[in-house]
Design a protein. Sequence first.
Length: 149
Amino acid sequence: MKGLSEMQEPCQFLVVCGKNKRMIRKIESLKPKINKPLKCFGYVDNVDELMGVSNLLITKPGGITITETLLKGVPMIIYNTVKGQESRNYRFLIKEGMAAECKNIDRLKEITRNLLNSDKKQQELIQKSKEYINPDAAYDIADIILKSI
């Protein structure tokens, strides 16, 4: 947050921490130290609305989050991964051009700046996502199951 707040580009931060109370306190403590508007959320049930007002998502590649992001058509930067499924998600998203790769804060600032200043780069990530995402997948699966019984 501190590193990103140093960017000259106008932006605001909407941070969703879920049920991680320690993270909420940590993010809240940053408010006086950064020069950008910052809103911190705990657990929310309106992630789709928050994504709907976002130009960019910086996230780790958890399955639910990336699925919602791809369906919503929000450009995504993958910043942090853990071993297991998230690392496989990460490799797939980067390989297929559906997310921007980032491993350190300097690169995060550079990528964020580039994406915020380029509608074309944002659209490239969104277009790649649209090539893979089927918004009706759940209905298609249900239909296949119903036809098989």
